[in-house]
Design a protein around this ligand. Sequence first.
Ligand code: AHR
Length: 492
Amino acid sequence: MAKAIVNANRSKGHINRNIYGHFAEHLGRCIYNGIYVGEASSIPNLNGMRTDVVAALKKMGIPVLRWPGGCFADTYHWRDGIGPKESRKKIVNTNWGGVTEDNSFGTHEFLELCRQLECEPYISGNVGSGTVQEFSDWVEYCNMGGQSPMAEERRSNGQEGPWNVKYWGIGNEAWGCGGNMRPEFYADLCRQYSTYLRNYDTEHPIYKIASGASEGDYNWTKVIMERAGRFIDAVSLHYYTLPRTGDWTDKGPATGFPRSEYYSTLRKTFYMEELVENHSRIIKQYQGDRKIGLCVDEWGTWFDVEPGTNPGFLYQQNTMRDALVSAVNLNIFNNHCDTVVMANIAQTVNVLQAVILTEGEKLLLTPTYHVFEMYKGHQDARQLESYVETTLTGEGEDQVPNLHISASEGKEGVLVTIANLSDTDSAELDCALTGIGRAASVEGRVLTGPCGAYNDFGAEETVRPSHLAAEITDGGFKAVLPACSVAAFTVR
Ligand code: AHR
């Protein structure tokens, strides 16, 4: 019997809904043919956006969407993507497969997508190959309500009012595809760009996110905070989970993986906690009186592409292993909600750890989708301290705690989410609720299956949430968590 405690007397604060954010790049079939099919498509759409994709994302709860990259952002010139579509420039997507980018999805289309999704836009601006003026104009184009050259241009392109875009990324991976910069150089650029990214409405101040570190590059965060901390609101962090150590040419398959790679992937997922804690510590050390947030604006699994698909398109399947990776990461972010203000899984549709896969007009929901949906109640809820007794499970050196938990108190009651990482053993759970009073009801849901199970086109959806029996006890509730599962309990 594993004992758990959820303590409503202690909290790190509220869980920013943006922790449940997503990322959509001009990469492979994420935007084009994934989200956006154009008005003329036979696939049902509203203003070019697939209606089935939009409906599924809304149901899952998408609070914020990051765009247009990724690496693409630092090659993107926003003016190429405005005005009549027929006269938009056709460019080469030099980062992702060398395909033609016809710019039919630009600023207006992205903000129309966010309107349909009822989510906040987060735009990454071009620092690597753009100019300060270009970026500054983009903010003015999006956010200026009165008269100005950019506001007039926006109106002439059909958008009367400002969109008031709050979140702006100052470049992406400036240490790599965003310009191969040294942190000292980027910190200066960040100060310069930040100076000219203006607020056009005091009621809608913009929120500036500096391009942050890759994984454990703590010096990056230190230098950015020390030199540019006064000019930003948050710093980002990117960390991808690969099953095999450090080899980007041989990452391992997304399906049909050996047991050892199930556990190595999970072990590497836990590294996120160390990264979040260490980067947060550095941020706190230099932030002074202003609170600077940590945005984990790229995270997720990165496997070999599916055989026969374009290597530049990063298309991979998604199994119960991905479900556990997302459950553990989301638990980590919830439990560090005092510093993690946003996180964006890479990427929404058809790329890396996607929540939705499409094939022509077909669509499927991945196990990762279901985890986000089951965790939705954590958004904007009050985080609660939680603890669960664990044993180690795994293979060889890849040992991980068998259980992982987070909890919150929101509109629907207390939500307790627990992952059982063991691929063989179920776990009996006895969860005590402190400071809550006796539960009137407890509702359990579970996502489970063999750790390699996935949903496929043309087959029944085998991985989907189902009811999980839970029994109210004097001090909380009891349940049995199946092997390889993610469970969510709502206690009222
Ligand atoms: O998500 C794919 C790529 O990974 C992004 O474009 C880049 O920022 C990161 O290296």
